[in-house]
Design a protein around this ligand. Structure first.
Ligand code: BDP
Length: 718
């Protein structure tokens, strides 16, 4: 009897385990390769019988391995690798110059260096799926695309796909310090274990590279923009080299941040003046040294004269003079220099919105060819919503790259479900009305300023040592979406969300439809419960966790939330029209007119550009005050709807990840209510107006919210 019971129990356990594989914790990201149902496997069986690819090329090797890994997971059996095409159902992973592709007339001319094609064709008389690029990396990208099709169960019988990235430099910016603290990181420590490098190469580095390659990311800046010169020391360069070697087969170059004062700190010079010959010589020697260690080093990223970082202005030199010095030293090695436009000068009374434009726009055309000026999507900072940065379209002779923040410093850290794809799409689709380089922001960054000029997009990474990489399951979607937008700035947020959801949670449409719906409304919800109607930067001081709209005692005016909301008895909002700071004048006339007029400015940007009486009539007929309160509640309500949606998915996705998301949504609801209540309590103390009918008063009085402190909130700068 007991034996029988044990047998039943063990059969049950085996079934359970086989069915489930290892428990899911998010480590596998969107590369889970969970078993497909048998009917789909059967459908694919004759199309994928073996894989063929040259054996002497590391990147092709990585591609073949990935395909084998995927097939093993999805189909449950090994995929044989052969030397040449001998059977129907071969998947040929190779390059344009493969003799096997002769006479096939494939569109390699459209692929550039990194693009790929996937084509069903006869090769040596056998039915074959060709996955190839001009370079090896195209083949790897193509394999990931092919695996995406398989994961979604899509037909592969007659494939004819051609794809190539629209931007050249697609980089993550890790704000990682050498002690492994990640500035604005909410996913544990830095992945880079500098102490154990170069000897110990954590296998995770390879998984990091796989994940990035799967979405076309081809570069990573390993260190914080608030830079430490020590990363340029010889011993650290050996550590960087170890990472570069691991990433190389995946098409990922390493970049570092350069602290502008490094010639003083490391070189013992008395100055870092970019026009000083000794300084120039020091950088040249340092950069030569880097390339001697890492021949395909990508280049440098610099934050200068911003928030206390040293820079050329310390010596009365311009950003162009500073950038060009480094660019000149990088040029012989084909390295590029990314120079950030995120500047707002100490003691400058000008509206912070205007300062980067004021400093950079006059320098248009003055930067070397291998400089990319890296511009945040909006003019203030990575807020839940900003109008596009006025520099886009306004520097037609300077390569500008987009900088997005993937890590959710201002959108609820790791626990708030906020899909940023919709925010990025909104910015990229925005029309600059400056036709010189194509009119949308996407076209501005996609179109090289002249033949051979460089293009790019940077994303401040949300990756750390947490098992799930990004601090939460849903934050992986933001990493994923960043890669997809960097590849194609004209991509659609919803399609990206759907791809991600299928791969990450399973292809059951009941599951993906729900998840996509949750994601698509999620960022707007955060905007609504934190900073509705164009309000901005209402976060608590330093760590930016939770509401602090009342904060007014910080040294610099533009560090204070009260500076941004301008809430007074007469009304609320920042006047950036010609009657106010006139930041609108930095945009093309059509944009300025559109946003400058109360008849045409969208509600979403209303208080960004206008200071209005509390009783101002909105297009809806409501007063501004009522509309504000309604928005806060709409944000909270969306979180409740996401919770209800998620409850409906119980049992349809694995329990471990499901439970984590459920708990995080509870945190999000608590914090959304906190934001809503604290903000309403504060603004009501100024507006002195009753809440609209049906909208509950805050649970506590204003003093209660003001007294909340969270000194140990994660991710702070130090
Ligand atoms: C701000 C962050 C700060 C960064 C800065 C930047 O709070 O930690 O150093 O951006 O982008 O939003 O340089």
């Amino acid at each position: 009897m007991l034996r029988k019971l044990l047998a039943i129990l063990s059969a049950f356990l085996c079934f359970g385990l086989a069915n489930q594989g290892h428990a899911e914790d998010g480590y596998d990201l969107w590369l889970r390769y969970r078993p497909l149902e048998s009917s789909t496997v059967e459908r694919y069986a004759s199309r994928i019988t073996n894989v063929v690819g040259p054996t002497d090329r590391p990147t092709i090797g990585a591609a073949v391995e990935e395909l084998q890994r995927g097939v093993k997971g999805l189909f449950g059996h090994d995929l044989v690798r052969r030397e040449t095409v001998m059977h129907d159902g071969a998947v040929l992973v190779t390059r344009a110059d493969s003799p096997l592709l002769k006479n096939l007339d494939l569109p390699f001319a459209r692929l550039g260096d990194e693009g790929y094609l996937i084509r069903t064709a006869m090769v040596q008389g056998k039915r074959t799926t060709i996955i190839a690029g001009n370079g090896d990396i195209g083949a790897l990208y193509g394999v990931f695309r092919f695996l995406r099709l398989l994961q979604a169960g899509q037909p592969i019988d007659r494939l004819d796909i051609v794809d190539a990235p629209k931007l050249q430099v697609r980089v993550l910016n890790h704000w990682d310090n050498l002690d492994r603290h990640v500035e604005r990181g909410y996913a544990g420590q830095s992945l880079w274990d500098w102490q154990k490098l170069p000897r110990f190469k954590d296998p995770r580095y390879t998984d990091y590279a796989r994940a990035n390659a799967s979405i076309g990311i081809n570069g990573t800046v390993l260190t914080n923009v608030n830079a430490n010169a020590d990363i340029l020391r010889p011993d650290y360069l050996q550590k960087v080299k170890a990472l570069a070697e691991l990433f190389r087969p995946y098409g990922i170059k390493v970049y570092l941040t350069a602290r502008f004062s490094a010639p003083i700190e490391l070189g013992g010079l008395g100055t870092a003046d970019p026009l000083d010959p000794a300084v120039r010589a020091w950088w040249k020697a340092k950069i030569d040294e880097i390339y001697a260690v890492i021949p395909d080093f990508g280049g440098l990223l610099v934050k200068a004269n911003s928030e206390g970082q040293p820079g050329p202005a310390d010596y009365h030199r311009t950003h162009a003079e500073g950038a060009n010095m480094l660019a000149d030293a990088l040029a012989p090695h084909h390295g590029i220099l990314m120079w950030r436009a995120f500047v707002y000068a100490a003691e400058n009374a000008e509206d912070r919105h205007k300062q980067a434009y004021t400093e950079f726009q006059p320098l248009d055309g003055k930067f070397r060819d291998n400089v990319l000026v890296q511009v945040k999507n909006g003019a203030i900072d990575f807020q839940p919503r900003e109008p596009f940065h006025p520099l886009f379209g306004a520097m037609p002779r300077t390569p500008l790259m987009m900088e997005f923040q993937i890590t959710k410093e201002y959108l609820g850290f790791a626990t708030h479900l906020a899909y940023l794809g919709t925010m990025w799409e909104e910015v990229l689709e925005a029309d600059t009305f400056r036709p010189a380089r194509g009119s949308t922001v996407a076209k501005v960054i996609e179109t090289p300023v002249d033949a051979g000029a460089v293009t790019g997009m940077a994303g401040v990474a949300n990756i750390g040592s947490d098992r799930n990489w990004s601090g939460s399951q849903f934050d992986q979607a933001n990493w994923y979406a960043f890669g997809r937008f960097a590849w194609d700035p004209d991509a659609k947020a919803e399609a990206i969300a759907r791809d991600w959801a299928r791969m990450t949670w399973g292809k059951d449409p009941a599951v993906t439809d729900t998840i996509v719906r949750m994601m698509m409304g999620s960022r707007e919800a955060v905007v609504d419960y934190m900073t509705p109607l164009g309000l901005t930067h209402q976060m608590a001081t330093g760590h930016h966790y939770g509401p602090g709209p009342w904060v007014s005692d910080l040294k610099r005016p533009e560090w204070n939330p009260v500076y941004y909301a301008q809430a007074r008895p007469d009304g609320i909002g920042f006047d950036r029209t010609s009657r106010g700071s006139d930041a609108l004048a930095q945009y093309a006339p059509q944009v300025a007119r559109n946003w400058g007029s109360l008849a045409t400015v969208p509600d979403e940007l209303l208080l960004w550009f206008h200071h209005l009486p509390w009783d101002h009539r909105m297009k809806s007929g409501r007063t501004l005050w009522d509309a504000l309160v309604i928005r806060y509640d709409a944000g909270v309500d969306h979180v409740r709807r996401m919770q209800a949606d998620w409850v409906g998915l119980r049992g349809k996705v694995d329990e471990t990840r499901w439970a984590e998301v459920r708990d995080f949504l509870e945190i999000q609801l608590d914090e959304a209510i906190w934001w809503r209540d604290a903000s309403i309590a504060w603004f009501q103390s100024i507006s002195k107006r009753p809440l609209p009918e049906g909208h509950k008063p805050p649970a506590h009085d204003l003093d209660y919210y003001k007294a909340i402190t969270t000194p140990y909130a994660p991710g702070q700068g130090k």
